[in-house]
Design a protein. Structure first.
Length: 477
């Protein structure tokens, strides 16, 4: 795609500047900043980006200049996002609902936002190699002051997680490896979220119709878990179906792992029970953002008729309209487009394959570049290789890489990473004991008879009971 490599190269150049920091920029950093400014020369940010790059190269960048640099970096990645989304539309043949969703309007907690911006500026000046515990600790009071305010919680959570990652990596000078792109992503996103109004509540509309689940994407962290259901909404007014998401996130103790997370997630969203039972949901006046996110409320939903996810993928998914994207969410890493694949061939490369098969060349797409020594699955669809991201398959469900390898059809999320498109499986059709079966990543959402999953659920239930008892004693004191 024209200009994509150049835009990513400019982003990489700026990201390397943040590694060394902007307190005393070296000549190579000044050259990288000039390259970055040139990349946005044709945009509305051109003049301000050129000034900001010049000031930063001289070690004299103020907070406003750093905001402009963060905005320029975000704009470049946004252009990459848009080019990739256009390519996805060509591949899937599905329409898209506009280019971007309107920016949210929100309150202006000027003092706290300014304090956060000041801390982020200190990070940029120190650079990732220059961070220490004193620099990182500067966020603690800011986060504590932000958390009680719902309108600032999004930024507070980002700053808290970012600071925790940095603290675990201190001192930066001793790091063997710096996650350059990730930390630059977090820094630039946080910097823009300090602008008044950026953390506001998105506009919503009321949605009524039939919700047909496709699959569940599960995210698990030591202290939190999230389940996001991807679905097709068939509006009651007869307008074209559209792709939507509904998610729930909960805090969790680090002892609750695997299938145990369903104990925490299940009570908060009836949609999860419907997914487990293979049912649709009828929703009435459910709040829906322009980005396609349902703000779930059980009061607006009731269980519907049985609905097979693969039937939905074959019939309803091809005509479903994709939603718009909010300006700050235009990033290649945010691309997660539901797709249905069948008729593909599966290929495994890596040590396990080498032990049983004749040596083969690595995939042309470089899919195993970031997985040294690991097995890589590749779907070949219409002659094009598509890396299968088996690392994203959750342990909280029955879906396994082996089931994916033996599959003949797949519902997944099309993603872009390390310069290539890949697919994250949400469900597959395969054959088990000569019988065709569907295996879902969220197959244990409603409970399971699987021994491993059942043990994890029981352990989670016991842990939650103990924690509630302890919390109750603390509150009574």
């Amino acid at each position: 795609m024209t200009g994509l490599d150049e835009a990513l190269a400019a982003v990489d150049a700026f990201d390397q500047v943040l590694v060394g920091g902007l307190l005393r920029p070296r000549p190579d950093q000044a050259a990288a900043l000039a390259e970055f400014a040139q990349a946005v020369a044709g945009s509305p940010l051109a003049a301000r980006a050129a000034e900001a790059a010049e000031k930063a190269a001289a070690g004299a960048a103020a907070e406003d200049h750093l905001v402009v640099l963060a905005a320029g970096r975000t704009a470049l990645l946004g252009s990459v996002h848009d080019a990739l989304v256009t390519r996805v539309e060509e591949l899937t043949g599905r329409p898209h609902d506009g280019d971007t969703a309107p920016a949210p309007a929100g309150p202006q907690a000027v003092n706290l936002l300014a304090a956060a911006r000041s801390w982020l500026a200190d990070l940029a000046r120190a650079g990732w190699r220059g961070i220490d515990h004193d620099v990182v600790a500067g966020s603690a009071q800011i986060v504590s002051a932000m958390l009680p305010d719902p309108s600032l919680r999004r930024l507070a959570t980002l700053l808290d997680g970012f600071a925790a990652e940095l603290a675990a990596s201190c001192p930066g000078a001793a790091l063997d490896h710096v996650p350059v792109r990730r930390w630059a992503d977090l820094w630039s996103r946080a910097m823009l979220l300090t602008l008044p109004g950026a953390t506001g509540t998105p506009a919503v509309a009321a949605a009524t119709g039939r919700l047909l689940p496709l699959g569940v994407d599960v995210h698990e962290h030591a202290t939190a878990a999230q389940a996001q259901v991807h679905a097709v909404l068939e509006p009651a007014d007869g307008t074209p179906p559209r792709l939507v998401r509904a998610g729930v996130a909960v805090p969790k103790p680090d002892t609750v792992v695997g299938a145990g997370v369903w104990q925490l997630l299940r009570p908060h969203m009836s949609l999860l029970a419907a997914v487990g039972e293979g049912r649709s949901m009828d929703i009435t006046d459910m709040p829906l953002t322009a980005e396609g996110d349902l703000i779930w409320s059980d009061e607006h939903a009731r269980p519907g008729e049985p609905a097979d996810a693969f039937a939905t993928a074959r019939v309803a998914l091809p005509t479903a309209t994709a939603s718009a994207t909010a300006p700050l969410d235009r990033h290649p890493a945010r691309i997660a487009v539901p797709v249905f694949l069948e008729g593909y061939t599966v290929r495994r490369t890596g040590p396990q394959a080498a032990a049983t098969d004749a040596p083969e060349e690595a995939p042309a797409d470089g899919g195993d570049v970031d997985r040294p020594g690991g097995d890589v699955l590749t779907f070949t669809v219409a002659g094009q290789p598509l890396v299968v991201d088996t690392d994203r398959i959750p342990v909280a469900g029955p879906l396994t890489p082996e089931a994916v390898e033996a599959s003949g059809a797949c519902i997944g999320l099309l993603r872009w990473d390390a310069g290539t498109f890949g697919v994250q499986p949400l469900a597959v059709e395969t054959t088990v004991r000569r019988k065709a079966v569907a295996i879902h990543a969220g197959g244990w959402v409603g409970g399971t008879a699987d021994k491993t999953g059942a043990r994890a659920e029981k352990a989670a239930a016991d842990a939650v009971v103990v924690l509630r008892e302890r919390a109750g004693r603390l509150l009574r004191k």
